[in-house]
Design a protein around this ligand. Sequence first.
Ligand SMILES: [Zn+2]
Length: 224
Amino acid sequence: MKKPFFVLCVIGRSGSGKGTQVEMLQNKIKGLVHITTSDLLKKFIKRGGLFAKRVDQEMKQGHAVPSSLAIELWMDVLLDLSKNARGVVWEGSPRTLLEAEVMDDAVPFTTGVQPVPVYIDISDAEAKKRLLKRLVCVKCKEVVPYKLLDSHPKTCSFCGGALIRRLDDNPKSILERLRYFRRLVVPALVWYQKQKRLIVINGEQPADAVFKDFWAALKRRKLV
Ligand SMILES: [Zn+2]
């Protein structure tokens, strides 16, 4: 039987391993498209125009762009994908309650389905511990999978590049990111929870176990 098209939102603190989970999901589901807002914004800026210029300037200063723009950009892509892809997965969106509400309005409008929010749950303490240990490749920017850290790798397993700590993986910036999560993202999670829609996965297990739970949850909802 043909499975329905779906839109997944994978949410979690920095260090929760949501990127790894999305990758594992893509390896298993053919035609699952991963959207990142930053890719769409890059394309938007390339198109030029006054507004695009402004967005470019703001982003270069590290400022967030208006949610309305991000959502607008997703709509075109979603419309197309809902006809041609098996599903869409968003990593790290929605970032606020407002975005969650607007997505709930816009996603069914373009695709006919409601977004499915999945929360990879790790505590603040666990996030801090992981991020302080995290290593990335200077060449390909790939993050060393958490489970490989215990073997103290010296080079990137993908390209052989040198491994470094990310500049923003310092205690101050980590605390800031966790505070942001609590203040802005958690209200969106609570909102989903009130509607009994939030899929919560225990992220403090090995990646394979997290994925097993993730997969089982999607199966229960008859999405895979
Ligand atoms: Zn590399």
